[in-house]
Design a protein around this ligand. Structure first.
Ligand code: C5P
Length: 223
């Protein structure tokens, strides 16, 4: 049985990939399945937490038992939902793959093929939701980010992760190597757990539930 060490706590987890609309039928999206975020939510509920799962687009995953699920499509919707849920949260884990950019223009009608060259896509930067959470958090709230990094040598990935942890200002950052069939759209995950206190531990390849347990262990230490 899992420890009930999150009993009495409210935790917020974001999961899945946001979609930024181009027209009524098209979007910019990413390959996130939501499985890691769902595993985080499920494990937190099993450890006794009240859990709000803010879910962007995911693979066809069942709602985890005893978890409040809030749906969000775009990065802007996800930001609003996470911000609301975070107000009284003890911990927020941003496992969602948030689009960094959105199209400047949203076409009211479906964009048609024409004879002329297509217009270049104009993009605007989305807000960094994680950085915003860190700026606005209540004292004592633990904020956790994820970083999906590509890199040949694993050293690259760690190096990027350390820089990102500092830049975002969160308490913990899970760094995953992605690309080559790693992490996205699969059942297993591996990486490093980096702490703002300088702590670093490797998470060996295993189930996403196992990685979730390691994240909650580190959160509980900081609550
Ligand atoms: O900078 P990068 O996108 O790699 O950062 C990943 C982390 O930041 C994840 O925790 C993700 O949920 C979060 N993020 C965010 N808002 C964005 C982009 C990423 O909160 N616009």
């Amino acid at each position: 049985a899992l420890p009930r060490d999150l009993a009495g706590r409210h935790v917020v987890v974001s999961a899945g990939g946001t979609r930024e609309a181009l027209d009524p039928v098209r979007f910019l999206g990413n390959r996130s399945s939501g499985r890691q975020g769902y595993a985080l939510a499920r494990v937190a509920a099993q450890r006794g937490a009240r859990v709000t799962l803010v879910a962007a687009h995911t693979a066809d995953l069942p709602d985890p038992a005893a978890v409040d699920v809030v749906r969000a499509g775009s990065a802007a919707q996800l930001q609003a939902a996470v911000h609301d849920a975070a107000q009284d949260a003890d911990a927020v884990v941003m496992a969602a793959a948030v689009a960094d950019f959105r199209p400047v223009d949203l076409a009211v009608d479906k964009i048609k093929r024409g004879d002329a060259e297509p217009e270049p896509l104009r993009l605007a930067q989305n807000p960094d939701i994680l950085a915003g959470l860190v700026r606005e958090r209540a004292p004592g709230q633990v904020v956790v980010g994820f970083a999906a990094e590509t890199g040949d040598a694993s050293g690259d990935v760690l190096h990027h992760g350390r820089a990102k942890l500092r830049r975002k200002g969160c308490d913990l950052l899970v760094v995953n190597a992605v690309g080559d069939g790693k992490a996205f759209e699969v059942g297993e995950n591996a990486g490093w757990l980096l702490g703002a206190d300088g702590g670093e531990s490797e998470i060996p390849n295993g189930s996403k539930a196992l990685l979730a347990s390691r994240v909650w262990d580190a959160v509980v230490e900081r609550l």
